[in-house]
Design a binder for this molecule. Structure first.
Ligand code: TRH
Length: 360
């Protein structure tokens, strides 16, 4: 039975540096929103908040978005501080924190690899320089007990229970009987092979997210001179940017979700539909081990592994499996079993709050 987190809502500072794409701000906003939903007050200090205009257009009570280097507020010091993905708070801030200390955490990237279990909750004392005397704690999200868990808002299940899938599909031009597939990716080498499969199945509709996925699909279409004909236009729906809440609805309404990065992977797991993960590519191919560890944790069937290898450039694009109904059903069973395992664990916020109350 998951442990119950402390009830006292705290004042949090979260630092976010946007590197590229949308995962940094996506995860940090979701973290801030999850905390605010539990009554906490959150100051999200971010260097580029522009994506929030479409990701969280309405903002949220309890979350204040500030410039990264906004001054220290001595009359309202933080009771917990998170530096996301290894970004460091500005030196003056860390020096002020050392005078009015509160637990300082480094929220790491999500991985299923073994090192997460070894490194989660390790201390790193600051022995000199900004923040001297403080201890930075490593906090690793993860898929299993012994890690920091996954972001899961309290109202996720009730929202899913109320979701009207058919109404959503009708509003978005998706046929009730279609196999609806969402595409949120970088530029996978196997994309042409996947587009051929999507075109070959009369009952498949591909919902393409804006940005890099749309650019990759259109590039492929133009290269092949495949200007989407009226019929093909119905097969390919090019979406506009939408809020995180509406992005969830897209994932819940589809029968297969091709996601990427970090945050949308977790959202696709909560959606419980078959999913494929386009992992964030890293120069030294470090992402290959990260993907393998995830597929191992997932207990992925061979066909889902093979699809991931081709989709992530770890196998020849020609080896992309031909997806059919029985295969999708097997993938769905796998994802739903994983979702059930995850729902039995503490959420990341519960773990975070328990950790902070230990260290305060
Ligand atoms: C397409 C779409 C996405 N989103 C949200 C979902 C997620 O919160 C966010 C996308 O983040 P991700 O899924 O993580 O994928 P990403 O590729 O955009 O972000 C990446 O950024 C890199 C810097 C990190 O190192 C990666 O781990 C990864 O997080 O955008 C919307 O809110 N609306 C949309 O229409």
């Amino acid at each position: 039975m998951p442990a119950t987190p402390p009830a006292t809502p705290l004042r949090w500072d979260i630092f976010c540096q946007v590197i590229d794409n949308f995962g940094d701000i996506g995860v940090c906003w979701r973290l801030a929103a999850n905390l605010a939903q539990r009554g906490c007050t959150v100051r999200l200090r971010v260097d580029d908040a522009s994506a929030l205009a479409w990701m969280a257009p309405d903002g949220l009570d309890g979350v204040q978005v500030l410039p990264y280097d906004a001054p220290w507020d001595a009359s309202h010091p933080p009771q917990a501080v998170v530096e996301a993905f290894g970004c460091a708070a500005p030196a003056p801030y860390l020096d002020a924190l050392a005078r009015q200390p509160a637990p300082l955490l480094n929220l790491e990237y999500l991985s299923a690899e073994d090192y997460v279990l070894r490194c989660h909750r390790l201390p790193s004392p600051i022995l000199h320089g900004p923040g001297q005397g403080l201890t930075r704690w490593f906090f690793y999200p993860g898929f299993t007990a012994g890690t920091g868990g996954l972001l899961r808002e309290p109202d996720l299940l009730p929202r899913q229970a109320l979701f009207d899938r058919q109404a959503w599909r009708q509003q978005h031009g998706v046929r009730a009987d279609a196999v609806a597939i969402s595409l949120f990716c970088y530029e996978p080498a196997a994309l042409p092979h996947w587009l051929q499969q999507c075109t070959a199945h009369a009952d498949w509709q591909l919902l393409v997210t804006p940005g890099r996925a749309t650019a990759a699909v259109q590039k492929n279409m133009n290269e092949k001179g495949l200007n989407p004909l009226p019929a093909k236009r119905e097969k390919l729906l090019f979406l506009k940017s939408c809020s995180q809440t509406d992005f969830d609805a897209l994932l819940w309404a589809c029968d297969l979700n091709l996601v990427r990065g970090e945050d949308s992977l977790v959202r696709a797991l909560w959606a419980g539909q078959p999913l494929v993960w386009h992992i964030y590519p890293q120069d030294d191919n470090a992402h290959h081990a990260k993907l393998q560890a995830f597929l191992d944790w997932l207990h992925a069937p061979a066909s889902l592994r093979d699809f991931h290898y081709a989709w992530n450039g770890m196998a020849d694009a020609q080896t992309l499996p031909q997806v059919d109904g029985p295969m999708l059903a097997q993938w769905r069973d796998c994802i739903q079993a994983a979702r059930t395992r995850l729902l039995a664990q503490n959420s990341l916020i519960d773990q975070l709050q328990m950790f902070i109350s230990e260290k305060s």
